[in-house]
Each structure stands twice: as structure tokens, then as C-alpha cells.
Design a protein around this ligand. Structure first.
Ligand SMILES: [Fe+2]
Length: 235
């Protein structure tokens, strides 16, 4: 499996605070069957820079391979919607044209559809991070339809799918899954114990809900289009 949203890079945001914690996260992810993790720190447009992230990811991968863990970390970012147009060129996922965009937690901003349209017109593929935890979407999940029609893809958090975020988020996540409004399930993990870096439990649940093919698409097939050759098994 491939995790496209994870705060595993140490010391850059509210995720892992040090290398030792990041290595525990990598260990748990590898044991769960995750082979690629996109490290997606929050950015305020100034910090962390792509160069700093590349440095942390390089260090982390060196430690991971010295421990012979079968997982690789690649760089990406979680971008606030207000900075998406400014940062698009330099803050993609794994050097692709995909962008992971975070809307406010309480509401969907008025310009959300326009933003998605603008990004698509500029050649990017916007992914909306965890909308099932957004207040407006929880109240009316159908509001995502116009964003998907404008070209957005949707990433659900594994803990929402499994119910670990409570019944409201789970109900919303299952609504989006069963209506074909989901493209990825990712961990959004911040530590070994808070939103844990695992996908298997959510994938198993989606297998029962939608069948094994769809579960594989959301945790492997679609993410593979982002990371491409980077996901090739190590020699
Ligand atoms: Fe996140």
C-alpha cells in the first residue's frame, strides 16, 4: 500500500518531533504493508522549504534503509487552500502534478470551486485532504459533488473510515465511499499513537463495503499514479 498523507518527517510541523519517533512510525507502517509514504508536512509558505523537507526525508530514508525496513519516504506537502495557487509549482506530491490541499476544518470557503478549476486549468491535479472532517461537508456531504465535478480528487482519513474519529466522520466517510466520491484513503498520521500510520484496517473495511478491487484502488492503485516509479520494489 501507499500512504499519500503522513506527517512523518521529523521536526517540521505538528507531526513527528524527532527522528526516533519517525522511525517508529516507519516501522509500524512497514509492518502494516505500506511500502511508500509521502511525507506531507503542513506549510505556511515559508517553512518548511522544499529543500529542508528533502534534507529530512534523505536523513530518514538513510536510517530506514540501515534498519532494513521495507518502506521508502518521498517528499510532498499539505498546502492550505489560501496558498495553493502560490505554492503549486514547488509543493507538489513526490514531484508529480498532484497537490494535497487542506480546507478550513469548520467550513468550505466560498471560492473552493473556483480554486479547484484554476488549479486544473493550470495543469495540476488537486486532492482535497480529509473533507469528511469538515463541518460543512459533515452537514451536507453532497457539497463535494461540485468540487469533484470541477476536477478535485478526494482523500479520506483511514481513522474516519474505521470509526476511530467517531460516528459522524465515519458516516460521512462511508457516504463518500459508497457514492464514488473517494479517490484515496491515507493515514494523516502525526505520531505512532495519534492517527496511527496504518491503512490495513481501513482497507479491510472497504473490502467489505465495496469489494477488494475498489479497496486496492484507494490504497494502492490511485496512489501509485502519484508516486510512479518510486514505488518499484527495491532490488
Ligand atoms: Fe495532515
Amino acid at each position: 500500500m501507499i500512504d499519500i498523507h503522513c506527517h512523518i518527517a521529523p521536526g517540521l510541523d505538528d507531526g513527528s518531533q524527532d527522528l526516533a519517533t519517525s522511525l517508529v512510525m516507519a516501522e509500524r507502517a512497514a509492518a502494516d504493508g505500506i511500502r511508500v509514504i509521502i511525507a506531507t508536512p503542513h506549510t505556511n509558505g515559508v517553512f518548511p522549504t522544499p529543500e529542508r523537507l528533502a534534507l529530512e526525508v534523505g536523513n530518514l530514508n538513510r536510517e530506514i534503509s540501515s534498519r532494513r525496513l521495507s518502506v521508502v519516504i518521498v517528499p510532498g506537502f499539505e498546502i492550505p487552500h489560501s496558498l495553493a495557487l502560490d505554492l503549486a509549482a514547488t509543493h507538489t506530491l513526490a514531484g508529480s502534478g498532484y497537490l494535497l490541499i487542506e480546507f478550513p476544518h469548520a467550513y468550505l470557503p466560498a471560492g473552493a470551486v473556483r480554486l479547484i478549476t484554476d488549479l486544473v486549468n493550470r495543469g495540476y491535479q488537486p486532492i482535497i485532504a480529509h473533507p469528511e472532517r469538515n463541518g460543512d461537508v459533515l452537514a451536507a456531504p453532497g457539497r463535494l459533488v461540485e468540487l469533484v465535478e470541477a476536477g478535485a480528487q478526494i482523500q479520506l482519513t483511514a481513522a474516519s473510515v474505521t470509526g476511530d474519529f467517531g460516528p459522524d466522520c465515519q458516516r460521512c466517510a462511508h457516504y463518500l465511499l459508497t457514492r464514488g466520491l473517494t479517490h484515496y484513503i491515507a493515514t494523516d498520521s502525526h505520531s505512532p499513537s495519534f492517527r496511527t500510520p496504518v491503512l490495513r484496517k481501513a482497507r479491510t473495511l472497504v473490502e467489505k463495503l465495496l469489494g477488494p478491487e475498489q479497496a486496492a484502488l484507494l490504497t494502492d492503485g490511485n496512489p501509485l499514479k502519484i508516486v510512479g516509479d518510486l514505488a518499484a520494489p527495491a532490488e
